[in-house]
Design a protein around this ligand. Structure first.
Ligand SMILES: Cc1cc2nc3c(=O)[nH]c(=O)nc-3n(C[C@H](O)[C@H](O)[C@H](O)COP(=O)(O)O)c2cc1C
Length: 481
């Protein structure tokens, strides 16, 4: 290095030292900031005012030291520093964080940026500012008192746990917590809140809490807790994390509500709902009940092929004159209950009873291919059921069955006393098959015969005159093949 170069460098170091000395003379906070967001030069007043060393202040973006609530407007002022073309200094106030966590109000005069640098002078005006004033402190005290009163008056339990201490002990519980759990602050402060749990406490809910606590997140669960006297209660618990300005998790707040009455009411409601659901399914097929619940006022659906069976008790009228009405109904109930069980067994839909007649159909409301077979099996089983009832009761009666296969419209119409019913010519013909039949026999149409002939024994009855239809060829269903 030559001597003029060395001289120049010495001069530069000397100038910088005298500039720093000059800087330090000022009672105000002086700084030079570069457009990369960092301080380049600071005087010692920064350290005496905020407590940070100059190194610490230079090592982080200066915006890191600004109060969280002041960042937005400070940023706006900063943008003006960039845009200001008249070289007019910009003035505003904001709060800077001290090393001990407190804040100081600084009143700024900032030069606009030139060559990537901006010069600033700030005065500590905390004492004159609203925040530093007695009035502010008094208002703050009032506010804290008001919040304490609100927390104490709350009807839900409020708890605070210290997340920095081992096992996260409770450091505050409000009076409602004592009312809900029976535990006083003296009983619980210093302990983890899990003492409320017992052998029937829901473990998945506890696991959810544990995971939220580990992740430092919010969580709401409903779990079974135990009162100090041992009585269980349903606790709807929300826990929320609290973070300090440095994003460290410091506390958790817990909100406890005793929702036992609600849970009891919901359980009772569920039981009642299940009962009415069961009742509804007794009246209507399940898919139809589901559709009706979705508020479709009337619903009817076309089915291309279903098989319909009508059965009538022959000799019922003479029986009814021999028996007291109640005994007669019991007897009919026995027969129809046996038929209901058979309908369930064969997967066919009981439609209704009309006096001493019974109507059932196969292939709806969910279409199925083997509906004619299912109805034929049902008819043969109905005959067998009648034989065994006859034997048990010692009464002489028979049933007459008629079956037809064809298209129908099925559904629920009207707005009251719902019933799932069928309409169409195929229904009338099935009814005629029964009325024109013979006691103890099963009469079927040609359409039904065609679908059964390979699997059942059938006999041609011949051509008979059917009211409203003219001549029809019909068959007797005798047995399974
Ligand atoms: C603020 C706070 C309040 C809590 N309140 C309850 C409570 O009312 N009932 C309860 O069963 N658990 C409560 N817990 C959860 C337990 O203290 C504990 O975190 C939970 O059982 C999972 O942790 P563990 O597996 O260590 O028991 C609370 C937790 C916190 C942080």
């Amino acid at each position: 290095m030559n001597s003029s170069c060395e001289e120049g460098e010495q001069n530069l170091v000397q100038m910088e030292a005298s500039l720093q000395a000059f800087f330090n003379l000022s009672p105000d906070l002086l700084c030079i900031r570069s457009s990369d967001g960092y301080f380049c030069q600071l005087n010692s007043v920064w350290q005496t005012t905020l407590g940070w060393t100059l190194e610490e202040l230079r090592s982080r973006p200066w915006l890191d030291f600004v109060h969280l609530d002041d960042i937005a407007f400070t940023f706006d002022w900063e943008r003006q520093c960039y845009l200001e073309e008249n070289h007019t200094p910009i003035q505003f106030k904001n709060r800077y964080r001290c090393r001990d966590g407190s804040y100081r109000w600084l009143s700024w005069r900032l030069s606009p940026y030139e060559n990537g640098l901006s010069y600033g002078i700030a005065q500590d005006v905390t004492q004159n500012s609203w925040l530093g004033s007695e009035a502010y402190r008094a208002e703050l005290q009032e506010m804290v008192k008001l919040r304490d009163q609100a927390i104490a008056a709350s009807s839900v339990g409020i708890t605070i746990a210290d997340a920095r201490l081992p096992d996260m002990p409770l450091i505050y519980v409000n009076p409602a917590f004592e009312a809900i759990t029976g535990y006083s602050p003296a009983d619980v402060l210093g302990y983890n809140c899990r003492f409320l749990q017992g052998n029937k406490t829901d473990q998945p809910a506890v696991a959810e809490l544990r995971a939220a606590i580990k992740a430092g997140e919010n969580c709401t669960v409903t779990l079974l807790n135990y009162h100090k006297n041992g009585t269980p209660f349903w606790n709807e618990l929300t826990i929320s994390p609290i973070y300090d300005d440095y994003n460290n998790l410091t506390h958790f707040v817990g909100i406890q509500s005793d929702i036992s009455a609600r849970v009891r009411a919901e359980t009772a409601l569920r039981v009642e709902k299940n009962k009415s659901e069961k009742l509804l399914l007794n009246i209507l097929p399940q898919p139809i009940a589901e559709q009706l619940k979705q508020l479709q006022s009337s619903l009817a659906q076309q089915f291309d092929q279903v098989t319909i069976l009508f059965a009538d008790i022959v000799g019922f009228t003479p029986l009814s004159s021999q028996m007291p009405p109640l005994e007669l109904i019991n007897f009919l109930n026995q027969i129809f209950s046996a038929f209901d069980k058979l309908a369930e067994k064969h997967g066919v839909e009981k439609i209704k009873t009309i006096g001493d007649a019974y109507m059932v159909a196969g292939g709806l409301p969910v279409p199925q291919d083997n509906h004619t077979e299912a109805i034929a099996n049902m008819a043969l089983d109905m005959q067998q059921a009648i034989t065994s009832i006859q034997a048990r009761q010692g009464k002489s009666f028979q049933i007459r069955i008629g079956i037809n296969t064809g298209p129908v419209v099925a559904g629920v119409i009207g707005i009251k006393k719902f019933i799932y019913d069928l309409w169409g010519d195929a229904v009338n013909v099935a009814s005629r098959m029964e009325s024109s039949g013979v006691a103890g026999k099963i009469q079927v149409t040609a359409a039904t015969y065609e679908r059964l002939k390979d699997k059942f024994v059938l006999e041609k009855r011949g051509d008979i005159l059917i009211k409203g239809k003219g001549e029809m060829t019909t068959y007797w269903l005798i047995a399974r093949a």
